[in-house]
Ligand binder design. Sequence first.
Ligand code: MN
Length: 298
Amino acid sequence: MKTETKRENSLRSIEKIVPPPPVHWVGDGFRVHGFLPHGPLHAERMSPFFLLDYNAKYNFPPSTNLLGVGPHPHRGFETVTIAYHGRVAHHDSRGGGGVIGEGDVQWMTAGSGLLHKEYHEEKFNREGGEFQMVQLWVNLPAKDKMTEPKYQAITNGEMGRYELPEGGYVEVIAGEYEGVNGPAATFSPVNLFNLKPKAGSEIKLNFPSHYTVAVVAIEGSATLNGEKKLPTDNLALFETDGEEIVVRAEEDSVFLVMAGEPLNEPIAQYGPFLMNTNAEIAQAIDDYQQGKFGYLAD
Ligand code: MN
């Protein structure tokens, strides 16, 4: 018989509820609210996460032009694309390509660098329809910034799945929830979950108190820690004063949970390059101009 008492984790306070920032377009295919890196959600505070573009639910009409964003470089971080509705196709300068289907995730390690383009998948583009997508940039530790580029194409069925006792489930993309592991390999501790609870379901999540923790309401709404409402398309940022957060679904919902250990390294950014020093940024620009990221046709 166990006699030790289980230590109660302390509740992590809510720092801020952030409504969706004004929309901007990435190319002509992504109508996004740029949550990060802006205002209170600046790079140091949000590390290891750097950028969060959220294409809230939007109905694209049928199109004969292929909608998206043309060839562009990346170096020094990872792009994580989560397709909630609609499908995205991608191609890169190393010959890679594929489709991110509805419910799937593409975890691309840009590392030392490549060129890629991101478009609506051809059939989706032609027919139009509901589109909802997240692109998250996860910073790489200094020692891994120049790692070989790679993809992890994670289909919905490959994600870890934890059935919630009160209804619904948790998809584990990266990290671990209640003993269920996600398939994504990461370079620093990162947890990325889709909570898909039924109305009234209450979910407790625990992360070390120094982790950066945020929740985005993709569908539906929540009450957080029994006190604050998180409306649809809003982001909640939590303080670093405790371990546990409590998410109660007010209706059948989808919440994106991102939690990671801050890298605590200098951040230097210029456009699509995310390094530690200005000299490394200058090097990235130089390498790009010299064609060292390869070639990719429009
Ligand atoms: Mn890109």
